[in-house]
Design a protein around this ligand. Structure first.
Ligand code: PLP
Length: 420
């Protein structure tokens, strides 16, 4: 049978940049994975302490309780107890006044973004609208989600040098004109995947005002945010306003395979998302909800994130920077200031080649890094030197970092000597 898909079907099944990259990396790792050094990891780091924490959560739920919950369908919006639990946790953390009506439990935040990116883009009454990305580079996982061609409208940031080893991307406020005729919503990750950036108070206020003025949602992806997984080192006093949609995920706290996240938004939007979720998947995963509830209510998830995960990644970021200062002497490199999340974003500005060349060269030496171009959604990033950027993961061991960065140093050195 020749497979004929609809236009939307083709977009739903597209080989998005995220899928292409994951396939390529998995294909490389499939052969003798032990010999590879993987600095591309997106899985959270599962240390002994992390494993022990989640094992204790799992073991504390009785088999009867698991059986009870997985043997029947549950609520489309998520279990009421968990929605109340999450609402109370976030109210305490941010001083909000949400109720369960403001919370939707999802099968992971990726599925929430699929709903949001399509609910707020495409054909409206008379206008066709896109999702506005205020500053690239941005999370590659959004890029394959929209069921319309060219569903994103994205801007580049400006670059502010902090010192000779660190820079920070700033919202290009002059060029960040969102408007309700062209844009259905705005989206950003905070802290950012891939850069580790957290918005400044001024940038945050600008986006909140823009969303309010235009009457469109601002979607804030807190996959690395506080209180869980707690990897935001430059937090903002998040407010609960009608235009703001927050997404939180349990993945980076240690349970990515269980697929669970939550959306926090105005109750009318939550009600619509609940319908959309019902149409697509009926309900969120029951076992994952038990885990999340148990972790928050009986195993102090916030404390675990704050005291275990947060220092683990920030120590690794510091370790990686110190290592680079030492290893990359004589090479012109800089990194985006680390303010949170699980990654470092590194630029080699003297290279003539783009990051795909670094990626391919690294593979020849059994090293995986993530080429920066996949985070630019097809936008030419040469004006900010984006083509010479790569992302490395902090969810690795010190040994992997030491060995991986040593190989990377040799590759960059060779590319520079060959004037690539
Ligand atoms: N958002 C960001 C910024 C991410 O980095 C990821 C995963 O890496 C996700 C969302 C998706 O996370 P999940 O669907 O596991 O909640």
């Amino acid at each position: 049978m020749s497979l004929t898909l609809s236009k939307q079907g083709n977009l739903m099944c597209q080989n998005s940049p995220m899928i292409k990259l994951a396939k390529d990396i998995n294909m490389s790792l499939a052969s003798d994975s032990k010999q590879w050094l993987n600095l591309g990891v997106g899985n959270p780091l599962i240390t002994k302490e992390v494993e022990e924490y989640w094992l204790s959560v799992i073991k504390s739920i009785s088999a009867e309780k698991v059986a009870q919950s997985v043997m029947s369908y549950g609520s489309t919006s998520g279990d009421l107890l968990l929605r109340k639990t999450c609402s109370e946790l976030l109210n305490k953390h941010y001083g909000w006044e949400t109720t369960a009506e403001n919370i939707l439990v999802t099968n992971g935040s990726q599925s929430l973004f699929f709903m949001l990116n399509n609910i707020f883009s495409g054909q409206f009454n008379s206008d066709s609208k896109k999702i506005f990305i205020p500053a690239l580079p941005e999370y590659v996982g959004y890029s394959g989600q929209i069921l319309n061609q060219d569903g994103f409208d994205a801007r580049l940031p400006t670059v502010k040098n902090i010192d000779d080893k660190e820079f920070i991307y700033k919202l290009d406020i002059e060029n960040c004109h969102v408007n309700r005729r062209e844009h259905g919503a705005m989206i950003l990750s905070f802290p950012s995947n891939p850069t580790g950036k957290c918005l400044s108070e001024q940038e945050w206020q600008f986006l909140v005002k823009a969303a309010e003025n235009e009457g469109i949602p601002l979607i804030i992806d807190c996959a690395y945010g506080n209180p869980f997984p707690g990897l935001c080192h430059q937090p903002i006093d998040f407010k609960m306003l009608p235009n703001l949609v927050y997404s939180f995920s349990f993945s980076k706290a240690g349970i990515p395979g269980s697929r669970i996240g939550i959306a926090v938004a105005d109750s009318a939007l939550v009600a619509n998302l609940s319908l959309s979720q019902c149409n697509a998947t009926i309900q969120p995963n029951a076992y994952a909800q038990l885990l999340a509830n148990q972790a928050i209510n009986h195993h102090d998830l916030s404390r675990f994130c704050h005291q275990v995960l947060r220092p683990m990644y920030s120590n690794m970021a510091l370790f990686a920077k110190t290592l680079m200062m030492d290893l990359f002497k004589g090479i012109n490199w800089k990194m985006h200031q680390y303010s949170g999340g699980m990654f470092l974003w590194i630029q080699f500005s003297d290279l003539k080649c783009n990051s795909q060349v670094i990626y391919e060269e690294a593979k020849k030496h059994k090293l995986i890094i993530v080429p920066g171009d996949v985070f630019f959604f097809g936008v030419d990033s040469s004006s900010i030197g984006g083509e010479q950027c790569i992302r490395i993961s902090l969810a690795v061991s010190e040994r992997t970092l030491i060995e991986g960065l040593s190989i990377l140093k040799n590759i960059i050195h060779k590319l520079l000597v060959n004037k690539n």
